[in-house]
Design a protein around this ligand. Structure first.
Ligand SMILES: O=C(O)CCC(=O)C(=O)O
Length: 314
């Protein structure tokens, strides 16, 4: 019943109408980009297609600025090299970003949130959503001035922490995708993912995979798998249709998969359109502690393409 109702756009519009404090900023953004739309209305890529460069990447990472920053000189050589390759590769690894004691404290903090029931597993019992709203310590990892500065250079603006997902016992096992179909922006490209290993990854505990350079390929949104919907309803394609379409594209484009063989404390930053996912978690006796943070670019319109909802900001 709930699923049936949720396909109707007006249900979200009604809910959103009462979320002015979290969505009201959209009115100014819509008018800045020349869109006749109010904060509570459904939104999807189809609303922007008439605008110039609607399907083009809008971000040029400020690598020169990053290189010239005193912060760059204190980063280890592997991290420096990876950051310099970010525009070509669409990802960067920050080797040993968190110290072992910080990793330990982050894991203890996640356990505390589970013990006091501030958080419960959602989405197939795998994900702890928005731990950053319950823990200053975890939020501070995401908003650490050094990390924040790096992200700001990569997104050429201000990266704003929007969402976190923690995994503990089970990996995501999520098939290859681009975050831009889930957390979309206008202009395109205004999102960064930051994935943090909170323990050593093994071939069997569901490590992260990614496809270097895939961020330069076209953004594949609702219209790429017939999920546009109509005036009243969101698209009715199952998510598996998106996954199958992606699998075909990866083959067609001849992309080469890499596994992030991370040690606890390592970080991988990905571009809004970098294809990535979670490998099968073959040995469930091995936990899979990780935290992923998503950031939007300040001044961009942020929404969820699949469900055609504007993103609720805290
Ligand atoms: O941690 C993972 O396995 C993947 C997470 C992911 O794909 C995402 O958050 O976008």
């Amino acid at each position: 019943m709930i699923g049936w109702i949720r396909q109707y756009k007006w249900t979200y519009a009604l809910y959103n109408y009462f979320q002015q404090s979290r969505l009201g900023h959209l009115n100014a953004l819509y008018s800045r980009y020349g869109l006749d739309k109010r904060y509570y209305e459904p939104v999807s890529s189809a609303d922007f297609d008439h605008l110039p460069d609607a399907r083009k990447e809008s971000i040029e990472p400020d690598i020169a600025g990053l290189k010239a920053d005193a912060l760059f000189s204190i980063l280890n050589p592997a991290t420096q090299e990876s950051l310099l390759a970010y525009p070509e590769e669409g990802y960067a690894v920050l080797k040993g970003w968190l110290r072992p004691d910080e990793v330990g404290l982050a894991n203890a903090e996640v356990q505390r949130l589970l013990d006091d029931q501030s958080l419960r597993f959602r989405y197939s019992n795998k994900k702890l959503m928005f731990a950053i709203h319950h823990s200053d310590f975890l939020r501070r990892i995401g908003e650490h001035p050094h990390l924040q500065a790096i992200l700001n250079y990569l997104i050429d603006g201000e990266a704003r922490l929007f969402q976190s997902i923690n995994f503990v016992h089970e990996g995501s096992e999520q098939k290859t995708h681009s975050d831009s179909v889930h957390m979309t922006t206008y202009p395109l490209g205004g999102l960064l993912g930051v994935w943090i290993a909170l323990e050593d990854m093994t071939p069997d505990n569901g490590p992260l995979h990614y496809y270097p350079g895939s961020h330069k390929l076209p953004y594949l949104l609702n219209d790429a798998y017939g999920n546009e919907g109509n005036r009243w309803k969101i698209g009715d394609q199952p998510y598996s249709a998106y996954e199958q379409m992606m699998e075909k594209k990866v083959k067609e484009w001849g992309l080469e998969k890499r596994i992030f063989e991370a040690q606890a404390g390592d970080v991988l930053i990905w571009h809004a359109n970098l294809l990535h996912g979670g490998e099968p978690h073959r040995d469930k006796s091995q936990p899979r502690k990780s935290m992923v943070l998503h950031y939007f670019k300040e001044g961009y319109i942020c929404y969820h393409e699949v469900t055609q909802r504007p993103a609720l900001m805290k």
